[in-house]
Design a protein around this ligand. Structure first.
Ligand code: F6P
Length: 319
């Protein structure tokens, strides 16, 4: 193998730059040429493919976002789109590919593997919803941003004796919401994986209030329900206003944490080593303190579940 390429796809995640830097520097160290594909699969189809040198990836690790930019590309799902992309890879003599992204991007990676391209995936999504890996790049930074915001909101909530619903990202996964609830001591957490009981939440907030609690913080994963509808229902039971705060894309930006820089660096290097070892169709995974390769097919098709013990603990600690 002489030349490989790297792309970042789907929602950006802090730490992706560390992974790109690691792919480039590990690749060059191992005697490869490394190309960058800008704007993910769109760039692969439109031939936005550039050489990357050691210097090109200098000074990017501490930056949020991705230097290669990213897209969610509908056209790539079609046969023609994928064929066009494969032609462009061949035109540039690209023999191996590292795809950094979430389930959509890794589904594209699986498709390219099935078309004969050697591909290794790296899990990069703040949702942490990929099966087979404990952590994805970006999760730790997003969580730290969330707890910073929730702590601030708690200050004002306590001052006014208010209840707040704070919506965090996670269309299909409650991981961020649950971890944020544990780390901020929220009174309630609503996640797509669990039934929501608004009456029980109201009772918990009222009882806490009687014991001297001055706030009621509810962390809502975006996929679990509409913040405004839940807020209205809660207000009807509590008899006072419930404020809503939707954190939105602030969660995805910002300088990556030490953990995400380290994770991106390790996973990028593992991906290049896997390609050099002739592997394809795998995702780099972190399990405990160990890095391994799991089949892309499993990573995208199996459903990661919420840790029941952590969910129960969040309930106990929220009293
Ligand atoms: O996949 C990551 C994610 O941040 C989800 O949590 C969120 O639902 C989605 O991306 C938002 O996507 P977009 O930036 O395209 O609005």
């Amino acid at each position: 193998m002489k030349r490989i390429a790297v792309l970042t796809g789907g929602g950006d995640a802090p730490g992706m730059n560390a992974a790109v830097r690691s792919v480039v520097r590990t690749g060059i160290y191992m005697g490869l040429e490394v190309m960058g594909i800008e704007k993910a699969y769109l760039g692969m189809m439109e031939d936005l493919i550039i050489p990357l040198s050691l210097k090109d990836v200098g000074g990017i690790m501490q930056k949020g976002g991705t230097m290669l930019q990213t897209t969610r590309c509908e056209e790539f799902i079609t046969d023609e789109g994928q064929e066009q992309a494969v032609q462009n890879l061949k035109k540039h003599g690209i023999e191996g590919l590292v795809v950094i992204g979430g389930d959509g991007s890794l589904t594209g990676a699986r498709d390219l593997h099935n078309r004969g391209i050697k591909v290794i995936g790296v899990p990069g999504t703040i949702d942490n919803d990929l099966w087979g890996t404990d952590m994805c790049i970006g999760v730790d930074t997003a969580l730290n941003t969330i707890i910073y915001c929730v702590d601030n909101i708690k200050d004002t909530a306590s001052s006014h004796e208010r209840a707040f619903i704070i919506e965090v990202m996670g269309r299909e996964s409650g991981y961020l919401a649950l971890m944020a609830a544990i780390a901020t001591g929220a009174e309630e957490v609503y996640i797509p994986e669990k039934e929501m009981d608004i009456q029980a939440t109201a009772t918990k907030i009222q009882e806490g209030h009687k014991r001297g609690k001055t706030h009621g913080i509810i962390i809502l994963a975006e996929g679990a329900g509409n913040a405004y509808t839940i807020g209205r229902q809660l207000k009807n039971i509590l008899g006072y206003e419930v404020r809503i705060s939707i954190l939105g894309h602030i969660q995805r930006g910002g300088s990556p944490s030490a953990f995400d820089r380290q994770l991106g660096s390790m996973m990028g290097a593992e991906a290049v080593k896997a390609l050099m070892g002739g592997k394809s169709g795998f995702m780099v995974a972190l399990s405990g303190a160990r890095y391994s390769l799991i089949p892309l097919e499993e990573a995208i098709s199996k459903k990661k579940t919420i840790n029941q013990r952590q969910y129960e603990m969040a309930q106990v600690l929220s009293l």
